[in-house]
Design a protein around this ligand. Structure first.
Ligand code: CA
Length: 236
């Protein structure tokens, strides 16, 4: 089955060029030109990837990304036109997985799209492989912390914790390697993908966010331990 890509771009000629080139690669493509339509289309077609322009009528790409982030884990490739936008995209405020600066070549875009989709497929295979290990669901339980891999849910003291997709993937990755010291580069490569454009501070920021959600005292963590000069270790 063809993977679905949602193209959100208000500049019609670019929207058409993107659609044409992605279809040529065998993807199913739906294109819209404003923020509200992007939300509607994303909820309806549940795309495998979203190409999201930032300056859009109705609601900008930052807002669209922020809303969708809470609803789905679909990777988002932001299309930026200005340097000050890049700072916000990379600054993790928005939660985009990657970005391309306009103007970009179609070759570059296709390469990026393929890499991102490949990354998602690998995660999905890892999850289904681990689910195969124990009937239909895999649970990681550490005292009052429960990671439900099948449902992509994390509970603390029986209360559901609201994790962003990358926070969840990071926690899942750490849990799979409980007790091992993992370097920032290792974590970046496994959770964000080798082609990720950010730097290792991304890992630190996500660890901090996770600590705020799963540690009793985030300032003196007992679960997500910093190993000085080496990286992080999950203690359970
Ligand atoms: Ca635009």
């Amino acid at each position: 089955m063809a993977e679905k890509i949602l193209v959100v771009e208000d500049e019609l000629s670019l929207q058409e060029t993107l659609t044409y080139n992605l279809k040529k690669q065998g993807y199913e493509v739906e294109a819209v030109g404003d923020g509200p339509s992007a939300l509607e289309a994303a909820r309806r077609i549940k795309p495998n990837l979203i190409l999201l322009d930032i300056m859009l009528p109705g609601m900008d790409g930052f807002e669209v990304c922020r809303i969708l982030r809470n609803e789905m884990s679909t990777p988002v490739l932001m299309l930026t036109a200005r340097d000050d936008e890049i700072d916000r995209v990379v600054g993790l405020e928005v939660g985009a997985d990657d970005y391309l600066t306009k103007p970009f070549s179609m070759r570059e875009l296709i390469a990026r799209v393929k890499a991102m989709l490949r990354r998602v497929r690998i995660i999905r295979e890892e999850v289904s492989a681990s689910q195969g290990e124990s009937a239909d669901r895999l649970l990681y339980q550490y005292d009052d912390l429960l990671i439900d891999v099948g449902r992509r849910e994390v509970k603390l003291n029986d209360h559901l914790i609201n994790l962003k997709p990358k926070e969840y993937e990071l926690l899942f990755y750490l849990a799979k390697h409980k007790g091992q010291v993992l370097s920032r580069d290792q974590i970046l490569e496994s959770v964000w993908g080798w082609d990720y454009v950010g730097d290792s501070r991304t890992v630190d920021v996500h660890i901090r966010w996770l600590r705020e959600k799963i540690e009793k005292e985030p300032a003196t963590p007992e679960r997500l331990i910093t190993v000085r000069g080496a990286g992080y270790r999950f203690e359970g």
